[in-house]
Every structure is written in C-alpha cells, then in structure tokens.
Ligand binder design. Structure first.
Ligand code: PRP
Ligand code: URA
Length: 242
C-alpha cells in the first residue's frame, strides 16, 4: 500500500531505530501494590541524570529537582479519593466529572523535605503544611526527632509526607510514628519521595503495610555510610548549601 511505502517520519517518539536508542538505567521494579514508581520516561530519566551528576551546579540542581517534585505531587494526587461531580458546560451539556473528597495536608521532614513544599503549593494553593524536624546522626545513622508542629486536625486529613531521600528508612519511619501517634491512620499517609533504596521500601512494607509510597526511582542500595547508591549525595546540602 502507499502508506507502507511512505518514508519514516524524521522526528517523533520513534525517531531512532531501536539499536540506536541510548541505554539508560531505569528504576528497580517493586511488586508491592503500595509502591508507585513514576513511569520511567526519557524526560524523567533526563531530569534525574541532571540531579545525579556531581558537576551540576546548585541553581540547576534546584530547577531540575523542582521539575521532578512537580511530577511526584501530580502523581501523588492521583492516589487521593474522588467523588462524582457532574458539571454543566457553556454549551449547556453535562460533563460527568469528579472532585476531590476529603481534606489534605502536607508534612515535610526538615530540612530536605521542605524543598518539596513549593511543588505541593503549586498544585494545592493554600494547603496546610506541618513540619517534623528529624536529623540523621552522621555517625550512628540513627534518626533523632527535634521538633514537630502539625495541623491540629491532622487526624481528619490525608497526609502527603515529603522527603526526597529514603535511605535506611529510619527518618521516614520516625516521622510516620509521629503521625500515627497524632491519630492519622496509616492508610491515609502518602509518602512522596525522589529516590528510595530497596532497604527503605522493605522497612516500610514490614512496618506500615497500608501506607503508600510514590517515588521517582528505586536505586541499587546503600553504601557503607548509608548513602543511597548511585544516588545523588546529600540532597539537603546540594539544594541549600553547596
Ligand atoms: C536525609 C534525608 C532524609 C534522611 C534519609 O536527611 O533528607 O530525611 O537523611 O536517611 P534515612 O532514610 O537513612 O533516615 P538528613 O538527616 O541528612 O538531614 P537534612 O534534611 O537536613 O539534610
Ligand atoms: N540523605 C541524603 O541526602 N542522601 C542519601 O543518600 C542518604 C541520606
């Protein structure tokens, strides 16, 4: 047929033959229903490549991290319940839509988690945000809780817990324990995270089987200092300091 004879389009998603496509490392798959890994698209991989590169300057690190954070928040919102919401359009017809049901709030694990607040606010304008200050001891790698300030009615809300790095899982586990102690049911917590380790994922699956995780990537593992590998180094330092 004439369609079969037409020359291949020079651009578009299939612009390169399979053999010419660049190789990239994609996320380790996780079989748990509660772990949602962002689709490993060329765009996401390119953004992750920027922030993983040790030579990326801070301004670019912030810019590209923010783009991934936006993707995480948009995906996270897909995991909140909606109810039917029909509307009338200007043509007088009905559109069978939906709207969010229930109240939400963000909770950031300081310091690095605060970097995700702007992305959440860009999607949920006046969202309430609680803070939990947890720092990992640099020698023992044990998390230490210093401070928390959470919305008074947090037990009535869905909680989007924010921390870009999920290494041993110690910090996130401590934050979840604080939320549970304030009456937030496990199944109403959604952990938004940039890079997770298989150890962190396993820790959560054992301790909080009903909690959901949305992450951009599950990496290979941890090094001798409990840094994620290949990882991106210290997120807080790269975003705020160096
Ligand atoms: C980092 C990161 C997580 C934690 C992850 O924070 O932001 O909170 O380590 O490690 P874990 O899963 O082994 O607990 P850090 O304590 O370095 O503080 P920062 O946010 O001030 O950089
Ligand atoms: N905290 C970070 O910022 N990076 C890691 O790899 C582990 C903990």
């Amino acid at each position: 047929s004439s369609a079969a004879e037409a020359p291949a389009a020079p651009i578009g998603p299939e612009y390169k033959d399979k053999e010419e496509k660049p190789q990239a490392t994609v996320s380790t798959p996780i079989s748990s229903q509660n772990v949602h890994i962002l689709p490993q698209t060329p765009q996401l991989i390119a953004l992750l490549t920027m922030i993983r590169d040790k030579n990326t300057p801070r301004a670019d690190f912030i810019f590209y991290s923010n783009r991934i954070i936006r993707l995480l928040v948009e995906e996270g919102l897909n995991h909140l319940p909606v109810i039917s919401h029909p509307v009338t359009t200007p043509t007088g017809r009905t559109y069978q839509g939906v709207k969010f049901e229930g109240k939400i709030c963000g909770v950031s694990i300081m310091r690095a988690g605060e970097a995700m607040e702007e992305g959440l606010r860009n999607c949920c304008r006046s969202v309430r945000i609680g803070k939990i200050l947890i720092q990992r001891d640099e020698e023992t790698y044990q998390p230490k809780l210093f401070y928390d300030k959470l919305p008074a009615d947090i037990s009535q809300r869905f909680v989007l817990l924010l921390d870009p790095m999920f290494a041993t899982g110690g910090s996130a586990t401590m934050a979840v324990q604080v939320l549970i102690s304030r009456g937030v049911p496990e199944e109403r917590i959604l952990f938004l995270n940039l890079i997770a380790s298989p150890q962190g994922i396993k820790e959560f699956a054992e301790k909080f089987p009903k909690l959901r995780v949305v992450t951009a990537f599950v990496d290979q593992g941890l090094d001798e200092k409990n840094y994620i590998i290949p990882g991106l180094g210290d997120f807080g330092d790269r975003f705020y300091c160096i």
